[in-house]
Structures are given as structure tokens and as C-alpha cells.
Unconditional design. Structure first.
Length: 209
């Protein structure tokens, strides 16, 4: 598909609607999801058939959720805070996994765009500068959509570390705040069952830190 075709595709529109705006980040996530799903030969997961792992919490993660069907709520969307534009997809049934990572230098930094970004971010850009910044952003987005998978990402099959399926846990009551909490996340403290936030608020935890 060409950049123009992708921009008007339903899948891409769904990613933009979910994320709230179009940007290079969500476009990278869209392209990463396409590559992962094509290489694995899978469709969007209605339940927990797939597991997605993202190594950043940037805009790209939203597109991964929409495209793969893996979400926090279903327990098959895993965030690892490594600060990398890297994404993995696991097929539970076939026990196969693919990982892609944005190549260093795949998206050359444009000094003009970076300079304008700082002005836009700090609300110091003039209307003309804002328009110019949007033009450069659109060009960057089209470049990402037109790029081949191999020119954007390092692509590799990895050993699938398949997590257990999501479990429905009973809830217990925190003896400190009285709020309902999953029983596996209650902690013992002074012979009481306490939730994690209350453990952190405890003077005892301050003394032991």
C-alpha cells in the first residue's frame, strides 16, 4: 500500500481516532504492527490469542493496541520501560514470536523540524511557523508510511516467553484504607492485610527505605 492509501484506510483511521491525532509516533506503531502481524501470519486478536510487548510508552503503543487487539484490560498487552521503539508479538497457539525495533538513523533528524518543535511545544511559534511545522510533520509521516519494513526496523524471530493467561482474582479489603483490592496484591504488615499504596504511605516503610 502507498502512503496515500494507508492514510485513507480504515485501520489507520482507527489508530488516529483512538490516539486523538496523527503523528509520526502513532505511524511508527501502525507500521510495526503491520510487520509483526504479516510476519506471524495472524489476524487481530478478539481475546488472548496474541500477546504484544512494547518497550516504550510513546504514541506508538496506542497503534499496537488497536492493530493487534492486545490490550491492558485483556492482560495480553505488556509494557517494559526500556525506552526503545521496539515491539514484539507472540502467537500463543504456535508458540512463535517476532520482534521489531526501529533502526538507528531510520528517521533522520531534521534540524528545522526540531527547532520548530521546540517553539510549538513552548507555545512560542508564530502561525506561519506552526503551519510549517505541520507540513514537515506530514512529510515525516508519509516517509514512514512509504518506507519498506527492512529500512525501518530490525526484524527478528525471538524465543517466545509466553506469559500465563489473565486470571480473575478474588478481592479482599485493605485493613488500612478499607478499599477493595485483588488478594494477590495485598501485603502483610503488622499482622494486617494492606494494599500497596498504604504500604508506601506507612511510616514503617519510610523507616526501612
Amino acid at each position: 500500500m502507498t502512503a496515500e492509501e494507508i492514510l485513507w484506510s480504515e485501520d489507520f483511521k482507527k489508530c488516529i481516532d483512538f490516539h486523538g491525532h496523527i503523528c509520526p509516533g502513532v505511524t511508527i506503531g501502525f507500521q510495526a504492527a503491520r510487520v509483526l502481524m504479516e510476519r506471524l501470519g495472524v489476524q487481530k486478536a478478539p481475546d488472548e490469542e496474541l500477546v504484544a510487548i512494547v518497550e516504550n510508552d510513546s504514541c506508538s503503543a496506542d497503534a499496537i493496541q488497536i492493530m493487534t487487539g492486545c490490550t491492558f484490560g485483556k492482560g495480553n498487552f505488556i509494557f517494559k520501560n526500556y525506552g526503545k521503539q521496539a515491539f514484539s508479538l507472540i502467537d500463543r497457539k504456535r508458540e512463535k514470536a517476532i520482534r521489531v525495533c526501529l533502526l538507528a538513523g531510520a528517521l533522520e533528524g531534521d534540524p528545522e523540524r526540531l527547532s520548530l518543535f521546540e517553539k510549538v511545544r513552548t507555545e512560542k511559534a508564530s502561525p506561519e511557523e506552526k503551519d510549517r511545522y505541520q507540513q514537515l510533520q506530514q512529510g515525516r509521516i508519509r516517509n514512514i508510511l512509504d518506507a519498506t519494513a527492512e529500512s525501518l526496523f530490525k526484524i527478528e524471530e525471538i524465543s517466545p516467553d509466553i506469559p500465563p493467561k489473565a486470571m480473575i482474582m478474588e478481592s479482599g479489603i485493605c485493613d488500612s484504607c478499607g478499599e477493595s483490592t485483588k488478594i494477590d496484591l495485598l501485603r502483610k504488615m503488622n499482622d494486617k492485610e494492606v494494599c500497596i499504596p498504604c504500604v508506601h504511605r506507612s511510616p514503617q516503610s519510610d523507616q526501612s527505605a
